[in-house]
Design a protein around this ligand. Structure first.
Ligand SMILES: Cc1cc2nc3c(=O)[nH]c(=O)nc-3n(C[C@H](O)[C@H](O)[C@H](O)COP(=O)(O)OP(=O)(O)OC[C@H]3O[C@@H](n4cnc5c(N)ncnc54)[C@H](O)[C@@H]3O)c2cc1C
Length: 474
C-alpha cells in the first residue's frame, strides 16, 4: 500500500518527460517510493487548458492516498457529484439510468475540468518538493548499459538511471525511443466539446434543470452520441458530441467548433439538446479529431532504461473514459517495479512495468470501442421495446477495471513477473498476455510466440486474437 510517509532514498534517478496526468502521477509515486525525480515539461507555464476529463474509481484510489486524502478533498467540490447517468434516445425518451460508480468500487471517481484537476495535481507535486522544470522541451533520448538521458532544446544534457517519456499522444519519445514511426489513422470520428457556466441556461425553462445541481445526461442516435454534465452544484456545464468525421488529418487535433455544424447533426434531436447547443458560447467550443493508433509492439527501449507511458504508449478513445486513469496507473506501477527491482536492476523494473501494464491497458482501450459501437449502432427502432434492449445501453462498469488497485497489484505480482523475465519466459499467465507475444504461424494463424519475429500489425492483434478474448468479458 502507498506509504503515508516518504520511503528512504532508493538511489534511483528518474527523469520524466511531460507533466500531464501520467507524468505527474509517475513523479509523485516515484518520489514517494524514494526515487530521485526530475520532471521536465515543455510548456513554459501552467495554464488551465481543456474541458471535461474523467478519472475513474481506479484512479480515485490513487488520488485518495496522496497527502492523507488532501488532494481528494480538494477535488470533491470541483468535480461531478451526481447520482446517475440518464441515457435518452436522441429524440428524448429515457432509455436507461445507470447509477454512478461512486464508492460502489471502494473509491470515488473524479470527473471535472481537466485544467482545474491538473492544477491540483501539479500543486501537490510541488508541495512534495519534486523538482519540476517548465519550458524544458526534450529533443533527444539516449541510453547505454548503465544510464539513460535526454537532451533539451537548449542543448543541455541530463542523465538518470531511467527516463520516462510521458509526452502525450503526439509523443516524440515513441519514435525516438522505439524507432517506431506509427502513423495515426483517422478513427472516422470527431468530438465537439465545450465547457461554460449555466447562467443563461438557468433563464430558459427547458434548460433550467442543468443549473439546479449536478446532472449527467446522454443521448444516443445513429452513429452519434451526446453527453452533457453539470458540475459545482449546477454552476458549470460541459457537453461532448461524438460524431462521424472523415477528415484526413495528421494527428489528434483540436480546431474551433461551429454551432451550425453541430446543429446539422443534432438539430432535430430532443429540444433540450438543441437548446443546449444553441445557447453554447461558440468561442468555447472545440472540434477535436479522434485519431487511432495501432497498439505498439513495446513501450520500452532496447536497453530497458527508457520507457513510455500514458497517451504516448496507448492513446484512448473518450468512450473508454479511462485515458487519464490508465496513464495514472502506469505511473504507479512503474514507481513500484523500480522500487522492487532496486538500483542494481533498473532494466528489470522497467521490463516488469511493461509486462504488468500492457494487457490491462489494451483491454481498457477496447472497451472504448465497444461502448461507442453499441451506442452508435443500436437498433433505434426497437430500443424501447424491451427492458433488455434498454439496459444494454448502460455504460459498463466492469469490476476488473474499477476495483483494480494498481499499487497493490504491482507489488503482489512483481516477484513472479521478475522471476519469469529473468528466466526468459515470454509471459506471466496470471496477469494476462504481454506485449510482443503474438505472431502469425506458417498458416497465417495468430499464435503466441517470442520477440524474434515480425511484429503483427495492431489491426492483426485486434482482429486476430485479442479482441475476441477481451470483448467477450466486458
Ligand atoms: C493541453 C491539453 C488539454 C487536454 N484536454 C483534455 C480534455 O479536455 N479532456 C480530455 O479528456 N483529455 C484532454 N487532454 C488529454 C488528456 O490529458 C490525456 O489523454 C490523458 O490525461 C493522458 O495523459 P498523459 O499524461 O499521457 O498525456 P498529456 O496529458 O497529453 O500530457 C503530456 C505532456 O507532455 C508534454 N510534452 C510533450 N512533448 C514534450 C517534450 N518534448 N518535452 C517536454 N514535455 C513534453 C506536454 O506539454 C504535456 O503537458 C488534454 C491534453 C493536453 C496536453
Amino acid at each position: 500500500m502507498v506509504s503515508p510517509t516518504q520511503h528512504p532514498p532508493s538511489g534511483i534517478k528518474v527523469i520524466i518527460v511531460g507533466a500531464g496526468f501520467g507524468g505527474i502521477t509517475a513523479a509523485i509515486e516515484c518520489h514517494n517510493k524514494g526515487h530521485d525525480v526530475l520532471l521536465l515539461e515543455a510548456f513554459p507555464e501552467l495554464k488551465i487548458l481543456g474541458d471535461v476529463i474523467s478519472l475513474g474509481p481506479n484512479a480515485g484510489r490513487i488520488i485518495e492516498r496522496w497527502g492523507g486524502g488532501s488532494v481528494a478533498r480538494e477535488l470533491h467540490p470541483i468535480t461531478h457529484n451526481n447520482k446517475e447517468l440518464v441515457m435518452h434516445r436522441f429524440d428524448g425518451p429515457v432509455v436507461t439510468r445507470t447509477p454512478v460508480t461512486g464508492l460502489v468500487f471502494g473509491s470515488p471517481a473524479f470527473n471535472g475540468h481537466r485544467g482545474e484537476l491538473h492544477r491540483c495535481f501539479f500543486a501537490f507535486a510541488q508541495q512534495q518538493g519534486i523538482k519540476i522544470r517548465l519550458g524544458a522541451r526534450v529533443v533527444e533520448y539516449f541510453e547505454d548499459a548503465d544510464k539513460a538521458g535526454v537532451v533539451l532544446e537548449n542543448g543541455e544534457r541530463l542523465e538518470a538511471d531511467v527516463v520516462v517519456g510521458a509526452d502525450g499522444v503526439k509523443s516524440q519519445a515513441r519514435a525516438l525511443v522505439l524507432g517506431y514511426d506509427d502513423k495515426p489513422r483517422s478513427s472516422g470520428y470527431a468530438i465537439w466539446r465545450t465547457w461554460f457556466t449555466t447562467e443563461e441556461l438557468a433563464k430558459d425553462p427547458l434548460t433550467k434543470f442543468f443549473s439546479e445541481g449536478d446532472t449527467h445526461n446522454g443521448w444516443i442516435g445513429p452513429d452519434v452520441h451526446f453527453l452533457a454534465a453539470t458540475l459545482k452544484n449546477g454552476r458549470d456545464v460541459s457537453w461532448v458530441c461524438t460524431h462521424t468525421d472523415e477528415k484526413d488529418i495528421e494527428e489528434s487535433y483540436s480546431f474551433p467548433g461551429k454551432i451550425e455544424d453541430v446543429l446539422k447533426v443534432v438539430g432535430d434531436w430532443d429540444p433540450v439538446v438543441v437548446k443546449l447547443v444553441k445557447m453554447t458560447p461558440e468561442e468555447n467550443m472545440v472540434d477535436w479529431k479522434l485519431v487511432y493508433r495501432d497498439p505498439l509492439p513495446t513501450w520500452i527501449s532496447k536497453g530497458a532504461r527508457i520507457c513510455i507511458l500514458g497517451d504516448a504508449a496507448h492513446p484512448f478513445l473518450p468512450t473508454s473514459i479511462q485515458g487519464a486513469s490508465q496513464a495514472m496507473e502506469d505511473g504507479v506501477v512503474l514507481a513500484c517495479t523500480l522500487f522492487c527491482a532496486g538500483k542494481s536492476r533498473v532494466p528489470l523494473g522497467v521490463r516488469a512495468y511493461e509486462r504488468i501494464r500492457y494487457e490491462r491497458c489494451r483491454r481498457a482501450q477496447l472497451m472504448g470501442e465497444t461502448v461507442r459501437d453499441k451506442w452508435h449502432k443500436a437498433d433505434f427502432d426497437n430500443l424501447m421495446s424491451s427492458e433488455d434492449n434498454m439496459r444494454a445501453m448502460d455504460l459498463p462498469h466492469p469490476p476488473w477495471l474499477f476495483w483494480h488497485d494498481a499499487e497493490k497489484h504491482a507489488l503482489d505480482v512483481f516477484p513472479q513477473v521478475a522471476k519469469d523475465i529473468e528466466a526468459g519466459k515470454f509471459g506471466t499467465e496470471d496477469i494476462g498476455l504481454q506485449t510482443g507475444v503474438l505472431r502469425r504461424d506458417e498458416n497465417g494463424t495468430v499464435v503466441v510466440g517470442n520477440r524474434d519475429f515480425e511484429q503483427p500489425t495492431g489491426e492483426e492483434l485486434v482482429q486476430g486474437l485479442v479482441k475476441e478474448q477481451l470483448t467477450a468479458e466486458l
